[in-house]
Design a protein around this ligand. Structure first.
Ligand SMILES: [Zn+2]
Length: 152
C-alpha cells in the first residue's frame, strides 16, 4: 500500500492531537505556572509548538518545557544557548534555544506524563542525559529529537 501525501499529513496531525491530549496534564501545570508568572510581568506568545511565557520572574534561569508550554526567564527563544556538551567540557557550540526546547515538546507529545520520571531517571539536568543530548542534536541538525534512537 502507498500512502498518499494527504493521508500522511492527516496521520501526522492525528498524532499531534493525540500527543497534545496525552501531554495535557503537563501542559496544564505549565499554564498554571505561566499564569502566575504573567501576574508578575511575564508575557505569553506562541512558537516552537508551544505556548511560550517570556520574562518568567522565577526559576534558575533559562527555559523549562512542560508539555506544550515553555517557561523562559529571557525575552526570546531565538537566543543562542551553549550546548550541554560545551557547558560540561568547554567549547563554543551554540544552538537556538527554541529549537532545543521544541525537541522537548516533541518528547512530551510521545511520553506525556512519563516524560519527567524518565527524564530524571536518565540523569536530570546533565550533559549525560539522553533527553538533553537528543534536544541539542535536534537543535543542531533538525533531526534526532527522540532520546532512545540509539543514535548517540
Ligand atoms: Zn533541554
Amino acid at each position: 500500500m502507498r500512502w498518499d501525501e494527504g493521508a500522511g499529513k492527516l496521520l501526522l496531525r492525528a498524532g499531534q492531537v493525540l500527543g497534545a491530549a496525552w501531554a495535557a496534564p503537563m501542559t496544564l501545570a505549565g499554564l498554571l505556572a505561566g499564569g502566575v508568572a504573567m501576574l508578575r510581568g511575564a508575557k505569553a506568545s506562541v512558537s516552537d509548538g508551544a505556548i511560550v511565557f517570556h520574562h518568567v520572574p522565577f526559576g534558575p534561569g533559562g527555559a523549562l518545557t512542560l508539555g506544550n508550554t515553555i517557561l523562559h526567564t529571557g525575552g526570546s527563544l531565538d537566543a543562542p544557548a551553549l550546548t550541554y556538551a560545551c557547558r560540561a567540557h568547554g567549547g563554543m557550540d551554540t544552538v537556538r534555544l527554541g529549537d532545543h526546547e521544541r525537541a522537548h515538546v516533541y518528547q512530551y507529545l510521545v511520553l506525556g506524563p512519563l516524560f519527567l520520571p524518565l527524564y530524571f531517571a536518565c540523569g536530570g539536568i546533565s550533559h549525560r542525559n539522553r533527553f538533553e543530548q537528543a534536544a541539542d542534536r535536534y537543535a543542531a541538525t533538525g533531526r534526532g529529537w527522540w532520546p532512545f534512537s540509539g543514535d548517540r
